[in-house]
Design a protein around this ligand. Structure first.
Ligand code: NCD
Length: 308
């Protein structure tokens, strides 16, 4: 039963529950009109204490396309957080006005605190450098629908694996599927956090390789998940400037990639994928953004327990 639940961590839902969400998203993709009133009279609150384009707008588009309505704020400065209000008090207030909330916050664990203080479902829309479970739902639905499977895959993840919350959530979620191999491509300073390596990869006996050069491994990948160097998480600007262009995927590097490898990226892109690749049929990142809206439609409907 997904009704009334929260989504804070990518492991909050079982594989069966995830499949229920993906199947529902498929139904919505097939016949969106059938779902255009399932959230009539319901309100989604989007509480964004950090910048966002896709996550916030896809949540809002999702609710509007389900017939519901949306309220919220898109920067901490325009909310009472600027006056010193706690997340707990904010959520207790917002639940007087809304039926479900999506919250993005620079502090790790803030959405969990919100969920603990809320009677309505709370969705983590990104907490600091920690987790981003709805991006992971997006990534999984994209992989499942374009590659046709979530098992037997070699997944290259490239870029800022230290601060990239989408990476942490994706590895956690994919670790539950059969025969997944990760190739983790990052500069020395931006490698995957130890807790992911020890508690997720090693604990579950998942094959993984850490390398620095993309060119050396691109030929063996089924999926290449590119990420941006997370400027806002750096303590010092010099380090960011030195590392920001560590990887730039272009036509030349793609020559070695398999014909059916797909390129994913949670977006926003900075310099890590050349615009010239956007017309390559293997470039799937804008399709991925669209899947993000459909999977959020399915998620909202399931957590609210509504149906057509
Ligand atoms: C990601 C995020 O916010 O973590 N963006 C997104 O939600 N699609 C990735 C990023 O900002 O680099």
């Amino acid at each position: 039963m997904l009704k009334g639940r929260n989504l804070i961590d990518p492991m909050d839902f079982s594989l069966v529950e995830l499949e229920e969400i993906f199947n529902y998203a498929d139904e919505i993709i097939e016949n969106p009109k059938d779902f255009s009133h399932v959230c009539d009279g319901k309100i989604l609150a989007t509480l964004f204490y950090e910048p966002s384009t896709r996550t916030r707008l896809s949540f809002e588009a999702a609710m509007l396309r389900l017939g519901g309505q949306v309220l919220g704020f898109s920067e901490a400065q325009s909310s009472s957080a600027a006056k010193g209000e706690s997340v707990a008090d904010t959520i207790r207030t917002v639940e007087c006005y809304a039926d479900i909330a999506a919250i993005r916050h620079p502090k790790e664990g803030a959405p969990k605190v919100a969920a603990m203080n809320s009677k309505m479902p709370v969705i983590n829309a990104g907490d600091g450098g920690h987790q981003h479970p709805t991006q992971t739902l997006t990534d999984l639905l994209t992989i499942r629908n374009i590659k046709g499977r979530l098992s037997n895959l070699t997944i290259g993840i490239c870029g800022d694996l230290k601060f990239g919350r989408t990476v942490h959530s994706l590895i956690k979620a994919m670790s539950r599927y059969e025969n997944i191999k990760f190739i983790l491509i990052a500069p020395n300073e931006l490698t995957i956090p130890k807790y992911i390596k020890v508690e997720v990869l090693e604990k579950n006996n998942i094959e993984f390789l850490e390398v620095e050069k993309l060119e050396d491994v691109i030929g063996g990948l089924d999926i290449l998940y590119m990420t941006r160097v997370q400027k806002e998480r750096f303590f010092n600007e010099e380090d960011y400037i030195r590392l920001k262009d560590s990887y730039m995927l272009d036509k030349e590097k793609m020559v070695k990639a398999k014909k059916d490898m797909i390129i994913l990226h949670p977006l926003p892109r900075v310099n890590e994928i050349a615009v010239e690749l956007d017309t390559d049929p293997r470039a799937c990142y804008f399709r991925q953004a669209k899947y993000g809206m459909y999977v959020r439609m399915a998620l909202i409907a399931k957590l609210l327990g509504v149906d057509k």
